[in-house]
Design a protein around this ligand. Structure first.
Ligand code: HMG
Length: 440
């Protein structure tokens, strides 16, 4: 059976940076550690005033197409995953295709275009759609271009303000991919939830604390559903476990829950029994609350063990290296997490081809998806081609007062001031609502 998966990937960060410890914390009169240790974030990326979801997505896609030597004829569908769309009719993919057609010979007239929405999980859903399209044999030898692009902005003063971010990830889904092969093993946890939503509004209404619990509940259900298809999971089965990362502190909680689940009844639980006891079993408790309390106590003890710490350092921490510098990118976030892990592996000289990843995607509203992937032979070359470190180093470091002006510039209810903090060079830029985007 021909393998299908992600052949290549490019990341485009918003060109501005808000430092949480140096700039945000003092302005909020908070301890910097709340952000750096509690949430696990150092900085957020923001779009300059000439950037938006279209320009960031088109710039990532252009870099991807150039690097892979592709022309529009090689692409049979363009799916954009976003929860920051500004048009309720025309999909963002048509705007991005328009940008790309301005700079390539040829057009995307015979490519299927769409926009996928389910909060942050839509990026992974678009990859799934592309996979199914290719597996069904409807692609006529062509690749799918999947772009996850968002400006994750919260209202000023919202507790979510510290977790903002902006950027795009462009991915090419093909047969015989160079980066990762997708497996058919997949599990879902999905329920109608109202902790994070944007009904006819740009900035979300959020019950932040509840959103954390909903994330964990759906992720646990998705893992159970995954196991019903793929069989029991064990921590040693997966080299890395990239999760959707609204902030690294969220992943710390999800990872602990996952490790506890995967180690029940295993030699790892046996090995820890003398130190922290055995995992509570539901039938040992009179009611559900007492059982949950016992699980919580067990997890508190588990996270202090060397066994857990070592696994976390190997399988989880490497997935967070980029997100702690850029914040939440909504639909792109889990794809940034995967690349952070592969990048760390490349930097430390690890051989990964053939190893497996377990990917935990999540979108508010709410749905988690867990699926597995196998790292492909060409992964190293793909990682080496990334220029994300240079992009991050070049970001303009905003003062708190400048941050306020940038937030206003991206607020759809305010007049958009096109005051620029950086200078665009050979990229698509926003030029005003109308024609919207051109290349400078
Ligand atoms: P908050 O209430 O300002 O923060 O907002 P807090 O008081 O809960 O503190 C955060 C952590 O820092 C806590 O750690 C504190 O103990 C710690 P925890 O107990 O959780 O482990 N802390 C400190 N640590 C060290 N030194 C200190 C210190 N002070 C505090 N001095 C909240 C937190 C997550 C609620 C907020 O950021 C928020 O509302 N965020 C937006 C919603 C969100 O990201 N939810 C995540 C799950 S939902 C999701 O991922 C979907 C999403 O991406 C959207 C989509 O799918 O479209 C958001």
């Amino acid at each position: 059976m021909t393998a299908v998966g992600i052949d290549a990937l490019e990341i485009w960060t918003g060109k501005l940076k808000l430092d949480l410890a140096e700039t945000f914390a003092p302005a909020k009169d908070d301890a910097p550690e709340k952000y750096t240790k509690g949430l696990g974030l150092e900085a957020s990326s923001f779009p300059d005033t000439y950037e938006d979801i279209v320009t960031m997505g088109a710039n990532a896609a252009k870099r991807l197409m150039d690097r892979k030597g592709l022309s529009p004829d090689d692409i049979g569908r363009i799916d954009v995953a976003t929860e920051s769309a500004f048009d309720n009719s025309k999909p963002v993919s048509t705007y991005i295709a328009g940008c790309l057609e301005d700079v390539y010979d040829g057009d995307f007239h015979h490519a299927n275009k769409g926009e996928r929405k389910f909060a942050c999980v839509a990026g992974t859903q678009s990859i799934d759609d592309a996979y199914n399209w290719i597996k069904a044999g409807r692609n006529r030898g062509r690749a799918a271009l999947v772009i996850a692009t968002d400006t994750a902005l919260y209202a000023r003063g919202d507790p979510g303000e510290a977790t903002q971010g902006a950027g795009a990830v462009a991915m090419l889904v093909t047969e015989n991919p160079s980066l990762v092969e997708l497996s058919t093993d997949q599990g879902y946890g999905s329920a109608d939830e109202t902790d994070f939503l944007k009904p006819n509004q740009q900035f979300p209404s959020v019950d932040g604390k509840r959103s954390v619990q909903v994330y964990l509940a759906r992720m646990r259900e998705a893992l159970e559903d995954y196991e019903s298809v793929a069989g029991r999971t064990h921590p040693d089965d997966f080299e890395y476990i990239p999760f959707h990362t609204p902030f690294p502190g969220m992943v710390r909680k999800a990872a602990l829950l996952g490790f506890r689940h995967m180690t029940r009844g295993t030699e790892i639980e046996d090995g820890l029994a003398d130190e922290i006891g055995r995992q509570p079993r539901e039938d040992e408790y009179e009611d559900w609350d007492a059982y949950e309390d016992a699980i919580r106590d067990y997890m508190d003890a588990l996270k202090e063990t060397e066994t857990y710490d070592e696994w976390y350092g190997q399988a989880i921490d490497p997935t967070l290296s980029l997100s702690r510098r850029v914040g939440n990118w909504y639909t792109g976030s889990v794809h940034v997490a995967r690349m952070s892990a592969l990048k760390t592996a490349a930097e430390t000289g690890r051989a990964l081809a053939g190893d497996r990843l377990l990917v935990g995607s999540y979108g508010s509203g709410a749905q988690a998806e867990i699926h597995s992937e196998t790292v492909a032979d060409g992964w190293r070359e793909e990682v080496d081609a990334l220029n994300i470190d240079e992009q991050l180093a070049r970001r303009y470091d905003l003062s708190f007062e400048e941050y306020g002006r940038v937030h206003d510039a991206h607020n759809h209810e305010k007049e958009r001031e096109l005051e620029e903090f950086t200078v665009p060079s050979g990229e698509f830029v926003f030029t005003g609502w109308g024609r919207m985007n051109e290349r400078k």
